[in-house]
Design a binder for this molecule. Structure first.
Ligand SMILES: [Zn+2]
Length: 284
């Protein structure tokens, strides 16, 4: 039986962060009538049971922030998921949700963290029972949860269909992987890597301009912040400044180890203060 011991924490009234054993953070936002689940993680253990038995008995929608395997990895354990059109074709993924990817990603994170987790790679990471129904969500779409509204904002850069959401009750911006201290860009989005940086800069400037709608930012991996704690306020402005230096040719670059490569491969990252920006599977 898959583990039901996935840690979670209600850090704000009706807002839960589920820590999928350091692989990814899943958020659950609970309103008076409905709930919203943000991402499905890598698919370790019985996430659905935890949500339905430990967090809420209310009906809920599942929103996928983007199509990477550590966010859609558990999608097949739910009946349907919402995703942006640009990320809905799961057959062309740079980071696939295959069983092999999900197990190797979990193994890589366990090695990086050097911890013993309450799951078994083979018993707890298994094939999906079915393909979920895909529902297409668009920029500006709102989910009325009763007493709180959650609105989706398209924010391409990390993937073409990357979305962020704002909960109007907690005033939290869930920025997913669109911004963190180690921002990865998918260079397939633009014609060139530079073009992708321009797209990402535009996305982050737009979301930064919505400051009247949120007070705190949570990204989808808590290795860049504490469990249940927000991302540092300087990270978004630093990421925007870093993207500007890439676009205008003044960026400072360093060689860093590719955290997602098993073979300790090196790659180039632009640096600005505490933010690094690099390309997935390539270089600027
Ligand atoms: Zn991602």
């Amino acid at each position: 039986m898959r583990t039901k011991g996935i840690p979670f924490y209600e850090f704000k009234e009706g807002v839960y962060e589920i820590d999928e054993f350091d692989c990814a953070s899943i958020f659950v936002i609970v309103g008076e009538k409905r709930a919203l689940v943000l991402d499905t993680g890598t698919g370790i253990g019985d996430l659905r049971w935890v949500i339905e038995n430990r967090i809420t008995h209310k009906p809920y929608d599942v929103v996928i922030t983007h199509n990477h395997g550590d966010h859609i990895g558990g999608a097949g354990f739910f009946d349907s998921v919402w995703i942006h059109e640009a990320d809905a074709d799961w057959s062309k993924l740079p980071v696939s949700p295959s069983l092999a990817f999900r197990r190797s990603y979990a193994e890589l994170i366990a090695k990086r963290e050097g911890k013993n987790y309450q799951y078994d790679l083979y018993r707890d990471i298994v094939e999906w029972p079915k393909e979920p129904e895909i529902k297409i969500m668009s920029d500006g779409q709102s989910f009325d949860l009763g007493g709180r509204n959650v609105t989706v904002y398209h924010c391409p850069g990390h993937t073409a269909g990357q979305c962020t959401v704002i909960d109007d009750k907690s005033r939290i911006l869930f920025i997913a992987d669109a911004c963190n201290q180690n921002l990865l860009l998918d260079t397939e989005i633009g014609d060139t890597a530079l073009d992708t940086a321009r797209i990402a800069e535009k996305s982050l400037l737009r979301i930064s301009g919505m400051k009247n709608l949120y007070d705190e930012i949570y990204n989808s991996h808590h290795d860049f912040r504490g469990f249940g704690s927000p991302l540092g306020k300087e990270v978004l402005p630093n990421a925007i400044k870093c993207l500007r230096t890439i676009c205008d040719g003044t960026a400072e670059y360093i060689e860093v180890e590719d955290a997602l490569s098993a073979g300790h491969e090196m790659k180039r990252a632009a640096v600005y203060d505490n933010v690094q920006i690099s390309c997935m599977g390539g270089n600027f």
